[in-house]
Design a protein. Structure first.
Length: 461
């Protein structure tokens, strides 16, 4: 890849590179939301589609790929490692892959921008190959802990040549010459850690095993199996999984259909629940059980969400969801649910601000190491908009009054797309408009967010 750490690559849509210019926005009290929408392809599956395409010999076609900035960074990295990645049409991509063991050493820095998933999964891929690569990103990515990925990779034979303080980006690694298969117990439930170890293990002789105390999203396992790898997943303890991969498989390209991202669907869903009179349908939302903790929680809060048709698309369960404005009530959200809704807490906190009573979300420590310290960013956003709340240890307690939240605040988004979208959703139903200081990072995961919400009736200025 030719560009250096401070450049921003180009979007297929051209105009929406995050960081290219700060774009404040505000959302105001909106009429009832109505209509049908389809949110973009799942971000997790989109990254993995390009990575699997890189690691299989021959042509992988992908439809429904999320064409957000984060995924485009992974596409650029796949090219730098030797794949040919072509954009065929909206959401349609073709990857001509190199195969496990044959990746090229990238010529320049791999700049992942804002993307934790792309950078961490690619560290695993690179780790399994005897090549040297420098991985970097924007100011948000540079703050995020990478030791959680480097620790198991070191055990597999990866050398960390350099890293910024605290095992952070920019960092340079030399992948293993003879990759060592390991059994690794993850220190926190994280699909990114699990996936990095499995991707590295692809080029190890023998079996690589990852054990997690609480099951995280299983897209890597499912997609590796779909591409012909020998991989098995067993229950482990009360909520955990043990995943075992046989190394050096011959991965066979298969067509991939990317389902709609439940983490993006969360925004129109919560918006419809809190804007009085709303009724919308969100089409083909992925209902993978390891991704729908938010839906479970909203139903417990009394949300009127109806599945219209559950079916299988592209190997994942999907459903159309009809959502109506609802009188929500506060609930307790147990810590063990966190992996299945880890990215949805900011928008759940917004729903909780409109509910009656207390919503307590337990065990949110991982929110502190996302694109921003999301626990603090959410608390600050609630404070700015007059919503009573408290952080107790790693728990967030939001006290809703069962009426419109006051609003009227300006929210600091800290380069975090989900903070920006969550508080814009809040503004659609608040007494006074809610402002966010920068919407440019929304392009990392949901470039069409504002137009889509506007079509449903949302008012932005
Ligand atoms: C992701 C896993 C999650 C999630 C991230 C995407 C993935 O991170 O927050 O947005 O695609 O594997 P962790 O696995 O580190 O919790």
């Amino acid at each position: 890849m030719a560009h250096g750490p401070s450049s921003h690559g180009s979007s297929v849509h051209g105009s929406s590179a995050p960081g290219a210019g700060i774009r404040p926005m505000q959302a105001g009290k909106s009429p009832a939301l109505s209509g049908t929408c389809t949110v973009p392809g799942d971000k997790s599956i989109s990254h993995r589609s390009l990575i699997l395409g890189l690691l299989a010999v021959g042509e992988t076609t992908v439809s429904g790929l999320l064409e957000g900035e984060d995924v485009m960074r992974t596409a650029a990295a796949a090219r730098a490692l030797g794949a040919t990645v072509d954009h065929l049409g909206p959401g349609a991509w073709r990857v001509l892959g190199m195969g496990v063991g044959t990746l090229l050493e990238p010529k320049g820095v791999l700049d992942f921008g804002n993307a934790g998933t792309g950078s961490r999964l690619m560290m695993g891929v690179i780790g399994g190959h005897p090549i040297t690569a420098t991985i970097d990103g924007d100011a948000s990515l540079r703050k995020r802990p990478m030791g959680r990925i480097l620790d198991p990779l070191r055990k597999m034979g990866v050398e960390v040549i350099s890293a910024a303080d605290g095992n952070r980006c920019p960092l340079t690694i030399r992948g293993a010459h003879d990759c060592i298969p390991i059994e690794y117990v993850t220190p926190v439930p994280s699909a990114q850690i699990k996936s990095a170890v499995l991707f590295c293990g692809l080029n190890a002789p023998g079996e690589t095993t990852v054990i997690e105390a609480e099951a995280s999203r299983d897209h890597t396992e499912k997609m590796l199996a779909y591409f012909g790898a020998e991989i098995r997943s067993e229950n482990h303890g009360a909520h955990g999984r043990k995943v075992t991969l046989k190394g050096r498989p011959e991965l066979t390209p298969r067509p991939i259909v990317v389902p709609a991202d439940p983490s993006s669907a969360a925004f129109p869903i919560v918006a419809a629940l809190i804007v009085p009179g709303s009724e919308i349908t969100v089409r083909s939302v992925m209902m993978n059980p390891l991704r729908i903790g938010l839906i479970t929680t909203l139903l417990e809060m009394g949300a009127d969400i109806t599945e219209l048709e559950r079916r299988i698309e592209g190997g994942e369960e999907v459903a159309d969801l009809r959502v109506r404005h609802s009188a929500l009530k506060g609930v307790f959200v147990p810590a063990e649910r966190a992996p299945s809704m880890i990215d949805e807490y900011p928008v759940l906190a917004v729903a909780a601000a409109f509910a009656s009573g207390e919503t307590r979300m337990n065990g949110l420590q991982e929110l502190r190491v996302k694109e921003s310290d999301r626990l603090q960013a959410v608390a600050d956003g609630l404070a700015a908009n007059g919503v009573q709340h408290e952080i107790v240890g790693d728990d967030l307690i939001v006290s809703g009054k069962g009426v419109r939240a006051p609003g009227g605040g300006l929210v600091a988004t800290h380069m975090d797309h989900r903070i920006a979208m969550s508080f814009l959703v809040m503004g659609l139903a608040s007494e006074k408009p809610v402002g966010v200081d920068d919407t440019s990072f929304i392009a990392t995961s949901f470039p069409d967010f504002v137009p889509l919400m506007t079509r449903l009736g949302g008012v932005f200025s």
